[in-house]
Design a protein around this ligand. Structure first.
Ligand code: IVH
Length: 681
């Protein structure tokens, strides 16, 4: 193909793909199957690989993760979402109670319902007749955005309320969060994919909720805690306590309320009588704050009785019956002693600030990643600077700002080196990536980090072979590649400093034990770019054996669920390297026996194989998604009921199809039955 032909074809394919992106993402009316879409995409990728100079910035291949659309639908809250009066001091907690007592002319202690103030994104869930119909962001309090497609991916948010008599209408509010661990995982993945990290779990949650492609939200483990009532019909609890109990019974996620006088990590809400108990509560929560799985930034205190809440009313945009007591942020001041450059497993050069040790929220920090050159330039961080640091997500040390007035006169701006500091090869930066990388696959830093990844917990899980030992074995040239790990001999290990008989035996045993592994662990451990744990599982479920995986073709990969052109390209590139192939085969030779995990494979029979389904009526999730669920479980989906139909999945208001199925004796499943059958697989 000539360059001119290629140019015309790239243009045509790009236009076509954009059209289908719009049909799929914006209009929810795809005209072609995912497979056909991936074929188009694959052709574009192949052409751009052949003629890299023809790849434009706005090519669909440069926009992985779905197109960024302008907007979500704007929706009115039936009751406005109010904000809270804030304080930062215990004294004001006393004043708050006194004000209430004056207003109601009663000076007996007030009963409060206290909860953590979750640092996430406020959300309203709208249930009509027990079915989740909308999920609306707070927006400006009266007008929010409908992010239903993302919120319905949250496992703990029921699409349908439990119980036989749901209220006709229930608007319930809560906070959507990402737990600290999940935030770290997402940032690691972003780092691996050359994307900028999120600053904290709240930003990551907000960014996830605002994604227009709901597959992103699905791949991130969002959580929710419900805590307040909006508009409702046929639902009249008497207090906050009772309200949350009802929510819990209906299957909604709420924070359990502690029954004793002290909160526990699992039951962080509490009823407090009088301001002194609230102050105790505030102190207790602050004490355990850094050990919680998620971020909080204070407590929220509500008058427990709904009757009393009503009589207290609101001022401007805040209720008089609730307020937030915030914690002072955990920050500290220190000096940057040096900026060093680390080389990661993917070759990424990461600048890291080495700081004078300082305590933040009870933990001493000495290092903080500065991510990349853009980030350094933005914050203008230099060696010798006095900086404010905190722990993002209560875990990752982060430089917040520089105190420029304290900067030494001699200070110079920092630039990442042009060469890899570990091997001296030139470092390279893709135009659309923020990260500079060493591309030398034999770079010692890349090799050591790859080995550490291979033995890590979610890969081969060789727990006795820690990072320090890997470095020692690497330096002594005893381990240079994965398979060398399995060739270590007793004499090699015992000859090391500080290595006794017992620890040597333990190490060799933990290496031997890792031979009985699972295929997805091995695939993940190989460290192919963009192949995270989830993708490794998908690959392992489908290919089942190392041999089949090593022979994977582009077409097969593209046809797999959740595997796009970018992963496909990365995997096929790895598989095309003789060194990669021989190393994996060597691993099998030295005794690795990876088993495939159970799962539904595209080629294997499954519970729904040879079964044809028709879906009708109103279901809790869109019909095309129900159909996808069935296909993923191996079933076929048709549009009309006939004698050949195995099952009719019937939602509410199922009409003629249900009648026909009953006449023909075709089995009819409810939504619940379908879910049960799928989960049984
Ligand atoms: S109750 C009338 N409870 O704080 C307001 N809010 O500044 C009722 N928040 O927008 C809200 N944790 O996003 C309530 N346990 C909790 C909360 C909480 C966090 C947020 C919420 C609200 C903001 C108010």
């Amino acid at each position: 193909m000539t360059k001119n032909d290629a140019k015309a074809e790239i243009k045509r394919l790009s236009q076509e793909i954009r059209k289908h992106d719009k049909l799929y993402h914006t209009l929810d009316q795809p005209e072609i199957s995912d497979y056909e879409y991936d074929q188009l995409f694959g052709r574009l990728v192949a052409l751009e690989n052949e003629f890299p100079e023809l790849t434009t910035q706005d090519s669909p291949t440069q926009n992985v993760g779905g197109p960024i659309l302008d907007q979500f639908k704007k929706v009115q809250h039936k009751e406005p979402m109010l904000s809270l009066q804030n304080t930062y001091s215990a004294d004001e907690i006393v004043e708050f109670e006194e004000k209430i007592q004056r207003q109601i002319n009663d000076d007996s202690p007030v009963q409060f319902f206290c909860s953590p103030k979750y640092d996430g994104v406020a959300m309203e869930l709208v249930y009509v007749d027990g079915i989740l119909e909308r999920a609306i962001t707070r927006g400006d309090g009266s007008l929010g955005e409908d992010v239903f497609n993302n919120i319905k991916t949250i496992a703990s948010v029921p699409k349908k309320l439990t119980g036989s008599k749901p209220p006709p209408r229930l608007d319930v509010r809560g906070e959507v969060l990402l737990f600290k661990q999940e935030f770290l995982r997402i940032n690691d993945a972003n780092d691996e994919n050359g994307l900028p990290p999120f600053a904290n779990p709240r930003n990551a949650a907000a960014g996830t909720i605002r994604q227009l492609d709901s597959r992103v939200a699905k791949s991130r483990n969002l959580q929710m805690f419900c805590y307040s009532l909006g508009f409702s019909e046929g639902f009249d609890p008497e207090s906050q306590f009772e309200f949350e109990e009802h929510l819990s019974k209906m299957g909604l996620p709420v924070m359990p309320c502690s029954s004793g006088s002290e909160v526990s990590q699992k039951a962080l809400s509490q009823i407090c009588t009088g301001s002194q108990q609230v102050i105790e509560y505030y102190k207790n929560i602050e004490k355990i704050r850094s050990r919680l799985d998620f971020e909080i930034d204070g407590i929220v205190v509500k008058v427990n009785s709904f009757r009393l809440q009503k009589s207290l009313g609101k001022i401007a945009r805040s209720p008089r019956w609730a307020f937030a007591a915030k914690f002072t942020p955990e920050q500290a001041q220190t000096i940057i002693e040096d900026i060093v450059v680390q080389v990661g497993r993917t070759g990424a050069l990461t600048p890291v600030a080495i700081m004078a040790p300082v305590s933040v929220g009870g933990v001493t920090i000495t290092h903080a990643t500065l991510h990349n050159q853009d980030e350094i330039d933005r914050k203008d961080v230099r060696k010798g600077d006095t900086v404010i640091v905190h722990r993002a997500g209560d875990v990752i040390p982060e430089v917040l700002s520089v105190l420029k007035e304290k900067r030494p006169k001699s200070s110079k701006a920092f630039s990442l080196p042009a060469q890899c500091p570990a091997c001296g090869e030139p470092a390279h930066q893709e135009p659309d990536e923020a990260v500079k990388r060493c591309q030398n696959s034999l770079c010692p830093a890349v090799m050591v980090e790859s080995l550490k990844h291979f033995v890590s917990r979610n890969a081969l899980n060789i727990d006795k072979l820690g990072a320090r030992l890997i470095e020692v074995f690497f330096d002594k040239k005893l381990i240079q590649k994965f398979s060398d790990i399995y060739k270590l001999k007793y004499e090699d290990v015992i000859s090391l400093e500080r290595q006794g008989e017992k620890s040597t035996t333990n190490l060799l045993e933990s290496i031997a034990a890792s031979k009985e592994t699972e295929l997805h662990r091995l695939i993940y451990g190989l460290g192919i770019r963009f192949v995270g744990e989830q993708t490794a599982r998908t690959l392992a479920q489908y290919f089942k054996t190392v041999d089949a995986f090593l022979k994977a073709s582009e077409e097969e990969l593209l046809a797999l669920p959740d595997i796009g052109p970018r992963v496909t390209k990365s995997v096929t590139t790895a598989l095309a390297q003789p060194r990669f192939q021989s190393e994996v085969r060597e691993l099998i030779k030295v005794g690795l026996r990876p088993k495939a995990i159970k799962g539904v494979s595209a080629s294997q029979s499954s519970k729904f194989a040879n079964m044809s389904f028709v879906v009708t009526g109103t279901l809790p999730i869109p019909r095309n998604e129900v159909q996808d669920m069935i296909r993923q479980a191996g079933g076929q989906v048709g549009s009309s009921v006939s004698k050949k139909t195995s099952v009719l999945v019937a939602g509410d208001k199922a009409g003629s199809k249900l009648e026909k199925a009953e006449k023909l004796g075709v089995s009819v499943w409810s939504w619940d039955e379908l879910q049960k059958q799928i989960n049984d697989i």
